[in-house]
Design a protein around this ligand. Structure first.
Ligand code: FES
Length: 320
C-alpha cells in the first residue's frame, strides 16, 4: 500500500522508503529543512494523524502530545494529514557583531540576540526562510547577549562562504533553538574529560567556561584535536585560562604538528588512550564529527566511564 501525505489540499503519494520531507520537496513544496538527520528540528510539522515513533524521536513530551514531528524522519505506513503548514519552531532575529578568522579554516561569528540557552547547546542559523545549518554555541549566557559560533569554512561550502563573504556587521539573521543536551551539570568535584575535534571546540569551550563560572573544583582535562595543527585555535586563550585555573589542563593534538609549539603530534585516539587509561569516575564531553564521537564514546566507556556520564554533541556532515 502506498502511503499518502495530505498537505495544503494536495495528496502526495510517498515513494517506497521516502520521507515526508523528501516527498513534499519533490512535489514542489517549500519546506524549511537543514540536516535531514533529525538533529536541527528545522523540518518540524504538525499532524493529528498517527505518526511512526521515529518521526517524534528527540522531541519534547509536550511537542509530541501536540502532534509535532520531524518530516525528515517520518516514513508513515498509512495516510497522514499535515495540519501545520508553517514551521513549528520559533525564530528570532540576531544582529551580526563580528566575523573573525580563528585559523586557516575556522571563523568566529558573533551575534547579538536576546536568546535563552545553556552553554554547550546548539542553534539553527537561517540563511534564508527555508535553509538552515546547526552550529554549537561557544559562548555562555551573559548580560551582553553575545552569541559565539565557530564556523568551519569549506571551499565549496554554501554556509561558510555566505558567512565569510556576504555577512557584514550590522546585518540581521534569523536563529532558532536552542537544542542539545550536552552541557555542564552535576557534581563540582568529579574529574571532567573534554574532547574536541575541530570546531567541536566551540561547545567544549562553552561548557568549560560554564563549569569554571559555576565553581567546578575537580580536575578538568581538555583535549583539542585537529588533523593539521594549523586548524587548531584558541591555544593561547586556553593555555592562559589554565594559568589562572589550576584544576585545568590543556592538551593540543594534531596528526601533523607542523612544528607548532605546544602541539603534540599524535593520533588523538592513541593519545587519549595513553593519557587517560582509566576514565572511571569521569564525566566525559565529546564534541566533533560522527566518527570521532562514536569512537571516543566507545573508548571512554571501555576505559571505565559510565555511559550516562558521557555527553556528546555530534556534528553532522552536509557534504560541504
Ligand atoms: S531537516 Fe529534519 S531535523 Fe534537520
Amino acid at each position: 500500500m502506498t502511503a499518502i501525505v495530505h498537505y495544503q489540499s494536495t495528496a502526495v503519494p510517498l515513494d517506497h522508503g521516502e520521507t515526508v520531507l523528501d516527498a513534499l520537496l519533490r512535489s514542489g513544496f517549500d519546506i524549511p529543512h537543514g540536516c535531514k538527520a533529525g538533529a536541527c528540528h528545522a523540518c518540524m510539522l504538525q499532524s493529528e494523524s498517527e505518526l511512526p515513533a521515529t518521526a517524534q524521536a528527540g522531541l519534547k513530551e509536550n511537542q509530541k502530545s501536540l502532534g509535532y514531528f520531524l518530516a525528515c524522519q517520518c516514513k508513515p505506513a498509512e495516510a497522514i494529514t499535515i495540519a501545520g503548514a508553517a514551521e513549528a519552531t520559533k525564530r528570532s532575529s540576531a544582529e551580526v557583531i563580528s566575523i573573525q578568522s580563528l585559523s586557516k579554516s575556522v571563523v568566529r561569528l558573533q551575534l547579538k540576540a536576546d536568546f535563552k540557552y545553556i552553554a554547550g547547546q546548539y542553534i539553527n542559523l537561517w540563511k534564508d526562510p527555508l535553509t538552515c545549518r546547526s552550529y554549537s554555541l561557544a559562548s555562555i549566557p551573559t548580560e551582553d547577549n553575545i552569541l559565539e559560533l565557530h564556523i568551519k569554512i569549506f571551499e565549496h561550502g554554501v554556509f561558510g562562504q555566505w558567512i565569510e563573504n556576504d555577512l557584514r556587521p550590522g546585518d540581521k539573521v534569523d536563529i532558532s533553538g536552542p537544542m542539545g543536551e550536552c552541557f555542564y551539570s552535576g557534581d563540582k568535584s568529579s574529574p571532567l574529560l573534554m574532547l574536541a575535534m575541530g570546531t567541536g571546540l566551540a561547545p567544549i569551550y562553552g561548557i568549560l567556561q560554564d563549569a569554571l563560572v559555576k565553581g567546578h573544583v575537580g580536575k578538568i582535562n581538555i583535549v583539542a584535536a585537529a588533523r593539521d595543527a594549523n586548524d587548531l585555535y584558541y591555544l593561547d586563550l586556553l593555555s592562559n585560562m589554565a594559568k589562572f585555573n589550576p584544576q585545568l589542563n590543556t592538551h593540543f593534538v594534531a596528526q601533523c604538528s607542523d612544528g607548532r609549539e605546544n602541539v603534540t603530534e599524535a593520533d588523538v585516539y592513541s593519545y587519549v588512550k595513553a593519557e587517560f587509561s582509566s576514565t572511571k569516575g569521569y564525566r566525559v564531553y565529546l564534541c566533533g564529527g560522527e566518527n570521532f564521537v562514536k569512537k571516543m564514546k566507545r573508548q571512554a566507556f571501555l576505559a571505565g566511564a559510565n555511559m550516562p556520564d558521557i555527553y556528546a554533541d555530534v556534528f553532522l556532515a552536509f557534504g560541504e
